[in-house]
Design a protein around this ligand. Structure first.
Ligand SMILES: Cc1cc2nc3c(=O)[nH]c(=O)nc-3n(C[C@H](O)[C@H](O)[C@H](O)COP(=O)(O)OP(=O)(O)OC[C@H]3O[C@@H](n4cnc5c(N)ncnc54)[C@H](O)[C@@H]3O)c2cc1C
Length: 507
């Protein structure tokens, strides 16, 4: 699998997994930016915190993104303002600005070396068809009092037919930031366990969580910080947000470009920034967005990104390539707060629409306030049970798409031969008349797994760029051996000979 520049250039200190039953005050499930920052804020207030992660801390999306730290999240302020009014749009901006300031404060207080820098952020239209929307966004931003400017063009080697600048935003190395913050959490007394997945949840005044190693954790408060919630309190997050994957490359930059962080506003728009570390300058460039499990040619995406970067930025030395996914809410506002209306001691943060560095930090601020003070000024805006958050045309389109993928997956015919070429896959039908996913690894080994997703039973598709089995319905992902890479699933795939996957309706 491809690895992100941030992860590849950091050193991981492995932590042990949980090997006994425990009682805790606050349990955080998931060690990305949400989990680690929440642990930090609570521990600083003297709360006893335990954090578990299914894999390695910081290896989820938080270690694989673009490292932009900004309240400029594409064309959103006009949309939020239209749906929820100016007050809430302004509150969204204020919350994200507070998050940038908190990140900067944490870095300064703890002397964290993560190349944090204040820079201006730009959204730009490469295609004239988006200019009207861009100008409307600018007018809304001005009306809300956001410190921004409009440009007819930018001094970049790519097309820009119009752009909006937000001043004084930020960029950093997200993995270096999280590694240092985790260290600080441990110094503050947070107990952290890796390779420890929550797989079963029983609600109550004291919640009971069972781990993948059959250990039991009893907790007064639980924060579900697993990106997409693996326990969702029947609030149907897997339907209220959709999983989107995007691809990034890092190349040695020969010639400087104008300072800033940049995002194209088009569907499948580009993203770019530079990064200067260890005496070298890299261009980080990305795009190729698609719904998880629904791309026929992932393998070509990296090639296309590299071609474009070569042509526009004259780069040739490509050092890293990686991809990541995030969950997109339908109203551009994440879900942060109580997991549902009833379970007042269970919290969730998800649906960051690719802006979880600020959104995840803001989640930690809100959830830690809710745990300690039982209130937050942001509670209503981000309330996971808010009315109508998902009732949009896109929601109906996506859920129809989900159903069609479920059905078409079942109708797909399997082949009668295994893949021959290394690095390729085939869906095959074996003697038991069941379809399996077969993958031929580069060392010639054949891996055969049951590809009916244990989450809700959709048929998985093969991601040829990452060599993974991805769910086109709810965005769970597995490696070619069947191990879980991303949720909402909590069960790995069975290998041929181990029987069928148990389809757990995890509602
Ligand atoms: C290509 C791309 C670029 C992006 N760029 C930016 C950017 O520049 N700026 C920005 O603000 N945002 C960006 N984002 C979004 C951002 O990366 C995410 O929103 C953010 O990282 C989400 O953080 P998280 O803590 O919720 O999830 P994660 O970082 O994914 O952490 C979740 C953790 O939970 C663990 N977990 C999952 N299930 C379980 C379980 N059952 N039990 C225990 N642990 C579990 C996982 O192992 C993982 O470590 C980008 C996203 C993508 C896809």
């Amino acid at each position: 699998m491809n690895e992100s520049y941030w992860i590849a250039s950091s050193k991981h200190n492995e932590l042990k997994s949980l090997d006994k039953d425990i009682n805790v005050d606050t349990l955080i499930v998931g060690g990305g930016i949400v989990g680690i920052t929440t642990a930090y804020l609570l521990a600083k207030q003297g709360i006893k915190v335990t954090l578990i992660d299914a894999n390695k801390i910081g290896y989820g999306s938080s270690g694989r993104n673009t490292g932009k730290v900004t309240s400029q999240h594409g064309i959103i302020y006009s949309k939020i303002s239209q749906k929820y009014g100016d007050y809430k749009a302004k509150l969204y901006y204020g919350g994200n600005e507070e998050a940038i300031n908190l990140i900067e404060d944490i870095i300064n207080e703890n002397n964290i070396k993560c190349n944090f820098k204040r820079v201006d952020a730009y959204i730009l239209a490469q295609n004239e068809n988006y200019l009207e929307e861009l100008k409307e966004e600018y007018d809304t931003c001005k009306k809300l009092g956001i410190d921004c400017e409009y440009y007819e063009t930018l001094d970049l080697p790519i097309d820009s037919k119009g752009a909006i600048k937000f001043k004084n935003q930020g960029e950093f190395n997200p993995k270096k930031y999280l590694d240092s913050l985790l260290k600080k959490c441990i110094e503050l007394g947070v107990k952290v366990y890796e390779n420890t997945a929550g797989v079963n949840f029983r609600k109550g005044d004291i919640c009971t969580i069972k781990t993948n190693q059959e250990k039991v954790i009893c907790a007064k408060n639980v924060v579900i910080a697993s990106h997409v919630p693996w326990y969702d309190g029947k609030n149907f997050y897997f339907a209220k947000e959709k999983g989107d994957r995007s691809y990034l490359i890092a190349a040695k930059l020969e010639k400087d470009i104008m300072p800033g962080i940049f995002l194209g506003v088009e569907d499948k728009g580009i993203t770019l920034r530079t990064c200067e570390e260890d005496g070298r300058k890299l261009l980080i460039f990305g795009g190729g967005d698609h719904k998880v499990g629904q791309c026929k040619n992932e393998g070509e995406i990296y090639d296309k990104l590299k071609e474009y970067a070569k042509e526009k930025f004259n780069v040739k030395d490509f050092k890293y390539q990686w991809s990541a996914q995030d969950y997109m809410s339908y109203d551009n506002v994440p879900y942060i707060g109580n997991i549902n209306k009833k379970e007042k001691n269970v919290y969730v943060a998800t649906g960051f629409s690719k802006w979880g560095m600020t959104g995840g930090t803001l989640s930690a601020m809100i959830i830690s306030k809710l745990i300690i003070k039982k209130e937050s000024k942001y509670e209503d805006l981000f309330n996971p049970s808010r009315k109508g958050s998902y009732l949009t045309t896109d929601f109906y389109k996506e859920n129809l798409n989900m159903t069609l993928n479920y059905i078409s997956g079942k109708l797909k015919y399997g082949s009668d031969h295994f893949p021959i070429q290394e690095g390729t896959s085939e869906i095959v039908v074996l003697e038991d008349n069941k379809r399996y996913g077969a993958y031929r690894h580069f060392d010639g080994t054949l891996y055969i797994v049951d590809i009916t997703c244990p989450h809700l039973g959709c048929e998985l598709t093969f991601n040829s760029a990452e060599k993974t089995w991805d769910c086109p319905c709810h965005a769970s992902r597995y490696d070619y051996k069947g191990n879980i890479l991303e949720g909402p699933t909590v069960k790995p795939l069975k290998r041929y000979g181990e029987g069928k996957n148990h389809i757990k309706i995890n509602l």
